[in-house]
Design a protein around this ligand. Structure first.
Ligand code: FES
Length: 150
């Protein structure tokens, strides 16, 4: 007896905007059934998928990476806690990376906010160890690039 949820209900319960849910669906990360007038109806387990997507994004996974992870879920049965745990097991290193980024941000905050140069040559905050140079111009890490591994 699957309980079907409207997009508004999924939005309220997950805290994710309907527009974002539609976007996730366009990207194939979640799926819905269509009711009579073509309205989306979601099976209840979609809430867990949405929670996974939100956490994974916060950890720093791209939508493509999230899609690859979600594709590993069994198609023939509802995912178990173990399935979800397996999917999130590689998050530890991503979280460590984020912590390191935030530590760097904290250390450089006062100097760099006062300075504002974001120099690729000398700003340790915008370009630690000059690793961002190959990514192109601008403060690569501030505009969304993830640092290279290592
Ligand atoms: S912004 Fe100038 S050194 Fe970081």
């Amino acid at each position: 007896m699957a309980e079907l949820l409207t997009i508004g209900e999924v939005s309220r319960r997950s805290g994710v905007a309907s527009s974002a849910l539609r976007f996730y669906e366009e990207r194939g990360l979640i799926s819905s059934e269509r009711a009579g007038a073509g309205h989306r109806r979601y099976r209840r387990p979609v809430l867990r998928r949405v929670a996974f997507i939100v956490f994974a994004q916060r950890v720093g996974l791209s939508l493509d990476e999230i899609g690859e992870e979600l594709a590993k879920l069994p198609p023939d049965r509802a995912p178990t806690r173990r399935d979800w745990s397996r999917l999130s097991s590689k998050w530890t290193s991503r979280i460590d990376q984020r912590i390191a980024e935030l530590e760097r941000l904290k250390l450089g905050l006062t100097e760099c906010i006062g300075c504002g140069c974001l120099s690729l040559d000398r700003c340790k905050l915008a370009n630690p160890e000059d690793r961002a140079a190959r990514r192109g111009p601008g403060p690569r890490y501030w505009i969304g690039d993830r640092p290279l591994g290592g």
